[in-house]
Design a binder for this molecule. Structure first.
Ligand SMILES: NC(=O)c1ccc[n+]([C@@H]2O[C@H](COP(=O)([O-])OP(=O)(O)OC[C@H]3O[C@@H](n4cnc5c(N)ncnc54)[C@H](O)[C@@H]3O)[C@@H](O)[C@H]2O)c1
Length: 256
């Protein structure tokens, strides 16, 4: 799918991996809708993109909210060619903590609600609109890029909720790609290792340094621009479909 002139909606576009992807696509001539619950962040980036950017203060877990974000793309730019799902939350809690307290159920539900159900919500609503658009010369009508995590495969102690939510994203990638193939819409998921974003900034410097060192090569945190570069390649390479790609410098996370 071409980037220049086409319209992409980025959830979680106000920060980190989504923000870097939006900037990269904009630099290649795309028109963008930045969808985020963080209104100031989404607005700031949309304004930075000028006439090629629009802001949608939207919660991926809410049907109406995401419908409006997609409506923003249609009213501002008249089409939707791609969805980049980067909205997400990180949850860390043991199943039974040191005090013997069980994992709060609402915390588990929150991770699944945002990371898995929110991703699916955006996919189903965007796919409906993309499926109605005209195909390009290769028969493509759209492309969807999701964010999972290496925790989907090697989740650590304390990551039951996060790992389950991300494994759900990995699991639904192929069946959705198979179904949407009929419309010429591709679905690819990226499973990042550890990237230097505001999500990770919450961790102490020492912990971040250790996480970087655990990555065989390069032994550092990933750069958001490296995620954005892969998202761009996925959009442009029509043969990539129905797959989850680890982007992790060969990191295999230990139990803790
Ligand atoms: N940074 C990493 O190391 C890393 C590793 C693996 C996977 N990921 C995944 O990549 C994605 C992006 O992560 P990031 O590091 O850029 O995080 P981030 O916290 O920097 O950005 C996430 C953005 O999502 C937004 N958001 C949260 N809940 C939302 C909701 N319900 N609706 C709309 N927007 C919402 C936040 O406001 C924020 O702007 C997440 O799904 C994350 O789980 C990140």
């Amino acid at each position: 799918m071409q980037i220049k002139g086409n319209v992409y909606l980025v959830t979680g576009g106000g920060s980190g991996l989504g923000q870097a992807t939006a900037r990269r696509l904009a630099a290649h001539g795309a028109r963008l809708v930045i969808a985020d619950t963080d209104a100031p962040a989404a607005r700031t980036l949309a304004e930075e993109l000028g006439e090629h950017g629009r802001c949608a203060v939207a919660d991926v877990t809410q049907a109406e909210s995401m419908q409006q974000a997609i409506a923003t793309a249609m009213s501002a730019f008249g089409a939707l060619h791609g969805l980049i799902n980067c909205a997400g939350v990180v949850v860390g809690r043991k199943v039974v903590d040191r005090e013997g307290e069980p994992h709060p159920l609402d915390l588990f539900a929150r991770a699944v609600e945002v990371n898995l159900i929110g991703t699916f919500n955006a996919i189903r609503l965007a796919a409906r609109v993309m499926a109605q658009g005209p195909p390009n010369a290769d028969g493509e009508r759209g492309v969807i890029v999701n964010s999972a995590s290496v925790a989907a495969y090697d989740g650590q102690i304390g990551q039951a909720a996060y790992a389950a939510s991300k494994a759900g994203v990995v699991g639904m990638t192929l069946p959705i790609a198979r179904e949407l193939a009929a419309y010429g819409i591709r679905v690819v998921t990226i499973a990042p290792g550890v990237f230097a974003t505001p999500m990770m900034a919450g961790l102490p410097e020492k912990v971040r340094a250790v996480l970087g060192q655990q990555t065989p090569f390069p032994s550092r945190l990933g750069r958001p621009s490296e995620f954005a570069a892969l998202a761009q390649h996925i959009i442009e390479n029509a043969m990539l479909n129905g797959e989850t790609i680890r982007l992790d410098g060969a990191l295999r996370m230990p139990a803790k």
